[in-house]
Design a binder for this molecule. Structure first.
Ligand code: TXA
Ligand code: MG
Length: 342
């Protein structure tokens, strides 16, 4: 298949969105930028396109995808009801990097929800994502635009790497600002439950709804046959080709550990300013105190390590709470739960 790559710069974002909408309305799939990561979009009303999203990504058939909207009106028809607590969160965080799970209506295909009676909905703030949904005039189902199991794409180059020749259009909207996927919160129980941490933290959600919790499945390894609230937690995720080990400890302990274990082809993934003490080849993925900077670069650095042929990577572990929980969760999964505490 011929893949078109369109830069959505100022001035032609509308034209790019029109082109995407034309394809989407014909039942084709398109990679689009969002503020979190790039998404692989399909009209929620095209079964052919929805099925193609799963096949192109190699996505397991029991891992549902998120529906993206560009106005609150679009919720009508796809969700049964929007609880008051969800309205509170929507008022504060939409448009933005928050996904909420609601009871679905029959209009939402089982291909989107994998037969679950709930649907995940997100209202992205990225101007290009917004323009594409508006131009298509229908909600768009979109998982992250990576091949299943690989780090999520935070630039058009990442999408080109994974999807060239497999989709008709990739829209280049530059680097994603957030860098990790949205916070996923279930709103179907008696209090909100975070199923996937994101840059909108538990603490920020608790400011509005003190009873909010994080699902215990977020921080542990979930068996493939286990029934969990978010099927995505079961699968191997974000894994580069190189083997990843998450290493917890002070900079001094980390440095001695990597020096002792160093073999040819090893790299350290560290914080800015750590490089000199570490003494083995390293790539920083943000600043130690700044989870936002870590989130912004974490996937790009995992992909970069593959590009340069790294064999093993020792990662300086981020904090585990607040906004850093999102980064720590992605790295723990990239490491396949291989962690060392010094
Ligand atoms: O930031 C994001 O959320 C990006 C951009 C493109 O919007 N999308 C994204 O989609 O990360 P994806 O498919 O890679 O992740 C969707 C997650 C999966 O963990 C999936 O299991 C969960 O949301 N999910 C979707 N529908 C669900 C449902 N009805 N109940 C529970 N979990 C659901
Ligand atoms: Mg994904």
């Amino acid at each position: 298949m011929r893949t078109e790559l369109i830069k959505a710069e100022q001035g032609n974002a509308e034209a790019a969105a029109e082109r995407a909408a034309e394809l989407l309305c014909r039942g084709e799939i398109v990679a689009i930028p969002t503020e979190t990561v790039y998404g692989l979009a399909a009209s929620i009303y095209s079964e052919k396109a929805l099925r193609e999203v799963y096949s192109v990504k190699g996505r397991p058939q029991d891992n549902p995808v998120i529906v993206h909207i560009s106005s609150m009106d679009m919720l009508d028809g796809i969700v049964e009801e929007v609880p008051d607590e969800a309205l509170l969160l929507a008022e504060k965080f939409w448009p933005g990097p928050l996904t909420m799970i609601f009871r679905k209506t029959r209009k939402v295909s089982d291909t989107i929800t994998c037969g679950m009676d709930t649907v995940a909905v997100r209202y992205p703030s990225h101007p290009v994502a917004h323009a594409v949904i508006e131009a298509a005039g229908v909600p768009l189902a979109a998982p992250s635009a990576n091949l299943s199991g690989k780090p999520s794409p935070t630039s058009a180059e990442h999408c080109v790497h994974d999807l060239w020749g497999k989709v008709p259009l990739i829209i280049d909207g530059g680097q994603c600002e957030v860098g990790v996927e949205s916070t996923v919160v279930s709103m179907t129980g008696d209090h909100p439950v975070i199923l996937r941490p994101g840059i909108i933290s538990l603490e920020q959600i608790r400011e509005l709804i003190p009873s909010a919790e994080v699902s215990e499945a977020v921080t542990r390894k979930v068996g493939e046959d286990e029934k969990v609230m978010s099927p995505g937690l079961k699968y191997k995720h974000y894994s580069p080709e190189c083997s990843v080990t998450l290493v917890k400890g002070s900079l001094e302990d980390f440095s001695s550990y990597v020096k002792e274990n160093y073999e040819d082809g090893d790299f350290a993934m560290c914080f800015f300013g750590d490089e000199e003490s570490i003494g083995i080849p390293c790539i920083p993925y943000g600043t130690a105190e700044d989870a936002v900077s870590q989130a912004h670069s974490v996937f790009a650095v995992l992909r970069q390590l593959d590009e340069i042929g790294a064999k093993r990577v020792f990662v300086r572990a981020p904090e585990e709470t607040g906004q850093a929980m999102a980064v720590s969760n992605r790295l723990l999964r990239a490491a396949g739960f291989d962690e060392v505490t010094l």
